[in-house]
Design a protein around this ligand. Structure first.
Ligand code: ADP
Length: 152
């Protein structure tokens, strides 16, 4: 049987303990996970530089040979196809996430029907963590270290 490869795409601006939890739980399902930091065209300017986030996420998972970290700037389904990922991994926190993820998953299915989207429900202790709240706290010099799996 072929290796089960999942692509976990996101802006990861920044990558949080909520994201880390999804990846580690995903490892029970998939043989390999590619964390792909994308340039989201709707969020054109990043708060944390993409190269810095790449380095921090790599450092977070340095002991996990089956977790890869990439950056990408193209259609998610094309990137998945290029890297032979059969699954798209995403996290769900609430109904707002569901509405958004549902429409993205439907479009992705139209674009590449062999790619199966798989959703993991957030662990309760991370349900309230969002990258946008962390950016806001950080901007006003608040301590965000408790929400991140690495040191900034
Ligand atoms: P995007 O800009 O593509 O929405 P994000 O970096 O905001 O990317 O999130 C990537 C994925 O991680 C999304 O599926 C999002 O719902 C999920 N996610 C974000 N925060 C959490 C969390 N605290 N727990 C579980 N899933 C999360």
């Amino acid at each position: 049987m072929s290796k089960k490869i999942a692509l976990f795409p996101g802006s990861f601006d920044p990558f949080t303990k909520g994201h880390e939890d999804i990846v580690l739980r995903g490892l029970h399902i998939f043989d390999e996970i590619i964390i792909a930091i994308g340039y989201n065209s709707q969020k054109s300017t990043r708060y944390f530089p993409i190269e810095m986030m790449l380095e921090r996420i790599q450092q977070t998972f340095e002991k996990y040979p089956t977790i890869k970290v990439h950056t990408f700037a193209e259609l998610t389904v094309s990137y998945a196809q290029k890297h032979e990922a059969q699954f798209l991994l995403r996290g769900l926190r609430n109904t707002t996430d569901f509405e958004y993820e549902n429409s993205i998953a439907q479009i992705n299915r139209q674009l590449y029907e062999k790619l199966e989207s798989v959703f993991l429900i957030t662990s309760p202790e991370f349900a309230w963590i969002s990258s946008s709240i962390i950016r806001e706290v950080h901007k006003y010099n608040g301590d965000v270290s408790g929400f991140l799996p690495y040191k900034l």
